[in-house]
Design a protein around this ligand. Sequence first.
Ligand SMILES: C[S@@+](CC[C@H](N)C(=O)[O-])C[C@H]1O[C@@H](n2cnc3c(N)ncnc32)[C@H](O)[C@@H]1O
Length: 274
Amino acid sequence: MPSPHPDPYREIDAQPDPLRFIEALEVRGRTAAQVRLRRRFLAFIPVRAGAHVLEVGCGTGVIVRDLATRVGGRGRVIGVDRSRALVKGARHLARSHPGRRRIAFRVADGARLPFRAHRFDVALAVTVLLHVADPLAVVKEMARVTRPGGRVAVQDQDFGTVVCAHPDRALTARILDGVVDRIYEEPFSGRRLPGLLRAAGLGQVRLLADVFQDTQLTSYTENFLARRAENAVRFGIVDEGTAQRWLDGFATMLERGAFVVTVNYYGAVGVRPS
Ligand SMILES: C[S@@+](CC[C@H](N)C(=O)[O-])C[C@H]1O[C@@H](n2cnc3c(N)ncnc32)[C@H](O)[C@@H]1O
């Protein structure tokens, strides 16, 4: 059997514990700085009342639920994801949402969308392209199912822009750079988005540079740093003791009131030509 890809988001259903990812995505979705990033991105596209919207790689439906509120009673939102476990979780989580009647979910791969051409006013993908083998194929599919004059929008973190206040800068760089180089084909994903949209034939491409910031060590950031430490050990970058020392360094910064982690997020939007 071939060894699994080191990025679990490539194939959530093949992970030993897919439910962990439901929790992780929902925790991220509730984190205040992430709520603000989403709000600014949806306003930047923009997604308007009455729009028919597709979200590719919807995960547990955090953004689908936001979109359902934004598009109002005449709008429709479909979320697709290649993970059956996440789509099942998304359906469950949407059941109590006031806009549930305008929400639908399907299991589908972003590179082969089960929709006719020109069906949506907006197609978007948030923190998905980082995880796919062929991001251009996904963006081209998103463009195909978007109507002429409609918008294709993508947002991604860029792991070349993670800034941490930590007592050991060299160790921080070794762990962060070493881990992302082994997990992602293109860890600097955010900055390539405008080029991808243009390569897919979209016009009037605009860029939104935004920043996630945490000065409190929220659960989301704590989980992010713990996964980086765990992977650094798994990939043989550091031993367990060093990984723990690195995590302890963040706790020290927090005690001193000096904890800072920021990550740049890049959003790009383009218009589907006639
Ligand atoms: C980091 S999660 C983002 C989920 C959601 N967009 C959010 O921001 O909460 C990435 C998602 O992309 C999905 N995914 C990865 N490759 C995919 C593909 N080729 N087609 C569709 N979904 C994919 C994963 O299953 C996962 O749900």
